[in-house]
Design a protein around this ligand. Structure first.
Ligand SMILES: NC(=O)c1ccc[n+]([C@@H]2O[C@H](COP(=O)([O-])OP(=O)(O)OC[C@H]3O[C@@H](n4cnc5c(N)ncnc54)[C@H](O)[C@@H]3O)[C@@H](O)[C@H]2O)c1
Ligand SMILES: [Zn+2]
Length: 340
């Protein structure tokens, strides 16, 4: 097992336990009364490993990531008599972790919580960084908090039951972290498509650890996304638009978004064509799409509605090289031109 410590601006520390087993969860709950908030699929697949815990199930799917679901959790917390010393552990993909983190952060003005993410996406991205939230009136993650979990327990064995498409999607965030800030990781991942897709242990361990180190470093320097943290949005401005318009999974959408952002970086003379090609090849090697047909008007409309937009300009992340990102302010006209 490897441990990575994330320090956030506000004195809190989060320990990421990589390669730990979910069977040892209790050791990290500090003897407190612990309630598990879990994705129903996890309860079905791994309930045996969670014996002895009180479990509350969340719903499944993005439609359930709502205030109504959080309200149901508050009712259960009240019925169960949780107090300030109780502890919540969110177990599941990004959805269960986001819901559990938000409910725990707001119940009784905040009780302690941890996560055991069970999808690759949640292990490399969603469970780390302190953002917890739910969707509201069709806007993703509109309501939420910045609050770090005490720990994030990543059990790699759980990933083996994920559908292959879900695994590929997780690698999109991995590759993103490498592309924006760790050239050595990027070069390590190149040519390892097969090992990655088979979730081979040493390879997956390095991929997850190094990506989290990138994210943790950035979050420690800019928890509230006033500057550097925006780099983590590489591929996301366009990606979110594709996700909304085509209804494709997040990882697939940001893969397309990253390729488009790399093309724009080349067009602006910042990035060599060869490096943009390498990014595209690596994404394709882990089973991700690198382009898609979509209506230009619909994409622009979706981008205008993105809550990350600040007035007429958009903060767009470009690459100067593999492992080196830069945030630039961009007008809508340039984005429009990019979409051809
Ligand atoms: N808070 C953040 O910083 C942050 C960052 C990125 C994404 N997110 C959020 O994460 C969510 C997406 O997360 P996700 O992709 O993990 O989706 P998800 O939570 O819906 O999980 C995907 C599916 O996999 C199933 N599943 C989970 N673990 C499994 C396992 N081990 N074996 C078999 N099946 C399993 C789930 O039941 C679900 O059907 C989005 O809502 C997104 O907004 C949050
Ligand atoms: Zn993402």
């Amino acid at each position: 097992m490897r441990i990575l410590e994330v320090e956030a601006n506000r004195a809190t520390k989060c320990r990421i336990l990589l390669g730990e087993s979910i069977s040892r969860l209790k050791e990290y709950c500090g003897g407190r009364r612990t309630i598990i908030v879990a994705d129903p699929m996890i309860v079905k697949l791994y309930g045996e490993k969670l014996k002895g815990f009180e479990i509350v199930e969340t719903g499944m799917g993005e439609e359930e990531k709502t205030l109504e679901t959080v309200e149901k959790l508050y009712s259960r917390f009240l019925e169960l008599g949780l107090d300030r010393n109780s502890f919540v552990v969110g177990i599941g993909g990004g959805i269960a972790c986001d819901i559990a983190g938000f409910a725990a952060s707001t119940y009784l003005r905040g009780i302690g919580f941890g996560f055991a993410p069970t999808t690759l996406l949640a292990q490399v991205d969603a469970s780390v960084g302190g953002k917890n939230g739910v969707n509201y009136r069709g806007y993703k993650n509109l309501i939420g908090t910045f609050n770090q979990p005490e720990f994030v327990l990543c059990d790699f064995e759980l990933l083996k039951t994920l559908p292959p498409r879900q695994v590929s999607c997780g690698f999109a965030e991995n590759i993103k972290c490498a592309a924006i800030a760790n050239r050595e990781l990027f070069e390590y991942l190149e040519g390892k498509g097969e090992e990655l897709l088979k979730l081979e242990r040493p390879v997956i361990e390095k991929a997850v650890y190094d990506s989290l180190a990138v994210k943790a470093g950035i979050v420690a320097r800019d928890e509230r996304e006033q500057g550097e943290r925006r780099k983590l949005n590489f591929g996301h401005t366009l990606g979110h638009a594709y996700e909304k318009v085509l209804g494709i999974p997040h990882g697939e959408a940001i893969s397309i978004g990253m390729v488009a952002a790399a093309k724009l970086s080349v067009r602006r003379g910042m990035l060599k064509q060869g490096e943009a090609d390498r990014l595209e090849n690596l994404l394709a090697a882990v089973g991700l799409p690198t382009s898609a047909e979509a209506s230009k008007d619909a994409l622009l409309d979706a981008m205008l509605k993105d809550k990350k937009r600040e007035e007429a300009k958009i903060n767009f992340v470009l690459l100067r090289g593999l492992g080196d990102a830069q945030v630039v302010e961009m007008g809508m006209e340039e984005l429009e031109a990019l979409l051809g």
